[in-house]
Design a protein around this ligand. Structure first.
Ligand SMILES: [Zn+2]
Length: 481
């Protein structure tokens, strides 16, 4: 069989790998948006972006020649190009877990509605005789129809159940932590009487993450395709998410007392924050400071988490049993309309506003940051990766003035950063993942989904740990397995 690295090769986003078997059966693993190519919107390892995705030349293969798609998890850098695959003629099924199906539905619909907006804008500019290239783009944006077609072809399958795809191929999805429904995918292939196994790590989560189960143990395989986002880094904060958040709230809302703005991805991160806040109030008797969640997509994703309580970790299930709530507490309010979102500016008491996007690039949070950036009683808390050039990145760089939507603001608010809510395992977690395999029997480790620098550093680390069989594939490179 042949394995080709078509995306997330020497970069973080655009996960897409093609496995071609000798009988011509072709399996695509992930079909994500390449945000590094389409510019820094919500780019990055956490992939909850809603980029405007273009269509032609996206796939270096005939979409109709693919027999099956396997999806590790819902983040856009893994799922964001699926509607374009159907648009280009794919007619097969997508296998993923039930929560991945539901969360991908939320994310892809949101991307389609952004595309619709973009088309409307282009139609206006078309009347003004804009350049041909822009008109061309209009034809290439996927819409609700393609998202519906994608969703109609999803076959949800459970964790840890061997699913027979053909006489020669079976697949198993194993919990990866990281995001509700996220999976490591194990594929067993029998060719010419020989059985070969390959594991695609997907994104690897971390232990004891709020709500999520720990990444699971992977059985011995012949080949490992391993993400390496944090291949050269350790998480800085060693506190629990609860302690870290409690400290920040104490400083930002009680000692000062002011308002705390938390830019956050809507899918996954927002639910981890709300659950942690709920625990602080319910179990530690924290003062009931008002919490606003200002993201329609956050609302939709929270419903998906509520529909899958059985798949959350033991602590979260226990908490739900005792309190009959995970995300809903007395001092909490979802803001639905944009009118309600803007009205929060007039709220006179200390409060916490959680809003997307996580990198403060687009989304309602931009408004809250602009409103509060010159307020010395406000704190902006960055809890995730911010791509270079985004407003979140500029905030973290300590600039004294910032331009938001053409208007210059003096930065007087406090800017803080914690990494306890990062959904990715760090270098030690990645080493633990690889060490489940014996260096004697593992034939190759392919590093993907990381910046090249991080991969090179992780390759050296793995060699020191006794794994010399590490390959860093280039985009488009193929290997006979
Ligand atoms: Zn992810």
């Amino acid at each position: 069989m042949k394995l080709s690295f078509l995306g997330a090769a020497r970069q973080v986003t655009g996960s897409m790998y093609l496995l071609e078997l000798e009988d011509d059966y072709r399996i695509l693993i992930d079909c994500g948006s390449d945000m590094e190519r389409s510019g820094p919107r919500e780019a990055g390892s956490n992939g909850q972006a809603t980029p405007v995705v273009t269509h032609p030349g996206l796939f270096p293969f005939e979409a109709s020649s693919i027999n099956l798609v396997l999806l590790t998890h819902a983040h856009m850098d893994h799922s964001g190009n699926l509607p374009n695959l159907f648009r280009e003629g794919y007619e097969g099924q997508i296998l993923c877990t039930e929560p991945t199906f539901a969360l991908a539905n939320v994310l892809l619909k949101d991307a389609a509605s952004l595309n619709q907006k973009r088309i409307n804008e282009l139609n206006v500019s078309k009347k003004q005789r804009v350049k041909d290239r822009q008109v061309q783009m209009q034809k290439d944006l996927y819409l609700d129809l393609q998202v519906r077609e994608t969703m109609e072809n999803v076959v949800p399958i459970g964790f840890n159940r061997k699913f027979r795809v053909t006489d020669n191929v079976d697949v198993t999805f194993m919990p990866a932590g990281h995001l509700l429904g996220a999976a490591h995918i194990l594929i067993n292939v029998t060719e010419n009487g020989e059985r070969k196994s390959i594991c695609f790590s997907g994104d690897i989560g971390r232990k004891n993450y709020p709500l999520l189960v720990d990444p699971s143990t992977v059985p011995p395989v012949d080949y490992l395709v391993c993400e390496s986002t944090y291949g050269n880094r350790l998480h800085e904060n060693t506190m629990s998410p609860e302690d870290a958040l409690a400290d920040i709230i104490q400083q930002a809302c009680i000692d000062i007392p002011g308002r705390l703005i938390i830019p956050s991805f809507s899918v996954g991160r927002t639910q981890a924050l709300l659950y942690t806040l709920n625990r602080l109030y319910t179990e530690r008797g924290f003062p009931p400071i008002k919490v606003f969640s200002d993201s329609p997509m956050g609302y939709e994703s929270t419903k998906v988490y509520m529909q899958h309580i059985k798949m959350l970790n033991g602590e979260a299930r226990e908490f739900y049993k005792e309190n009959e709530s995970l995300f809903d507490f007395e001092n909490f309010q979802f803001l639905e309309s944009s009118k309600a979102s803007k009205a929060v500016s007039n709220y006179g008491e200390p409060c916490i506003i959680i809003s997307s996007s996580g990198m403060v690039q687009g989304g309602r949070v931009e408004y809250h940051v602009a409103e509060n950036i010159s307020n010395p009683y406000a704190t902006i808390l960055i809890i995730g990766y911010c791509a270079e050039g985004t407003l979140g990145w500029r905030l973290m760089n300590g600039q004294s003035t910032l331009t938001i939507k053409g208007k210059e603001h003096q930065v007087l608010a406090n800017v803080k950063k914690i990494d306890v809510f990062s959904g990715h395992g760090d270098r030690n977690d990645l080493i633990n993942f690889v060490q489940m395999q014996s260096p004697e029997t593992l034939r190759s480790i392919f590093l993907v989904h990381g910046e090249y620098e991080s991969m090179e550093s992780f390759k050296i680390t793995l060699a020191e740990e006794g794994y010399p069989q590490v390959i860093i594939p280039k985009k488009g490179e193929s290997f006979e397995l």
